[in-house]
Ligand binder design. Structure first.
Ligand SMILES: Cc1cc2nc3c(=O)[nH]c(=O)nc-3n(C[C@H](O)[C@H](O)[C@H](O)COP(=O)(O)O)c2cc1C
Length: 164
């Protein structure tokens, strides 16, 4: 898929179906997260992949109303980052790279909040994540035919030439 098409067709989808996804594809998706830009090239992100259905259910229960669809996903990527100055920006860049890679492989996903959420500690604990790492985002991935009708602000409304 062409890069511009990949960016413009990406949507968060919440009707996710399970099904086999080849390890090669999962690793290619994570690789795109690994390659995202990071401040001072510190590369603070760690990526946990959950494919086990029982574990998906447990994470879904911990996350609760933010992502009831998580339990139906084919797998889930949970991004953590070391507590460096720009951990949030670095983690978000990795998250977006991953969402685009998922779209490229004709899979679907939703960005689920991580940083600042009350469930962050319990998600990290469940996944055996060392203390000090920050939860950035949770990305349930699956197959979907959903066509979300999401409204976006128009280009003319957000673009400002030379001054605001
Ligand atoms: C930082 C962040 C946190 C989000 N958290 C959630 C969430 O917890 N649950 C959810 O269903 N969607 C979540 N979303 C997805 C947004 O609702 C979605 O991106 C927005 O509605 C725009 O839709 P689009 O991604 O299809 O462009 C989150 C998105 C971002 C960027």
């Amino acid at each position: 898929m062409d890069t511009i098409e990949c960016i413009k067709t990406r949507r968060c989808k919440r009707e996710l179906g399970s099904g086999d996804v080849k390890k090669e594809i999962i690793e290619n998706i994570i690789d795109c997260g690994r390659l995202a830009p990071t401040a001072n090239n510190l590369q603070p992100c760690e990526f946990v992949v959950v494919t086990d259905r029982k574990k998906l259910l447990i994470i879904s229960e911990i996350v609760g109303k933010n992502a009831p669809f998580l339990k139906d996903a084919a797998f889930c990527i949970i991004i953590f980052a070391k507590d460096v100055k720009y951990y949030l920006e670095d983690g978000c860049a990795a998250t977006e790279n991953i969402l685009l890679a998922i779209n490229n492989f004709h899979l679907s996903a939703c960005w689920v909040a991580g940083a600042q959420k009350e469930y962050a500690f319990n998600v990290a604990k469940e996944l055996n994540v060392p203390a000090g790492l920050k939860l950035i985002s949770i990305i349930p991935v699956g197959y979907s035919n959903e066509q979300p009708n999401i409204q976006k602000r128009k280009l003319g409304e957000v673009i400002h030439y030379e001054k605001f």
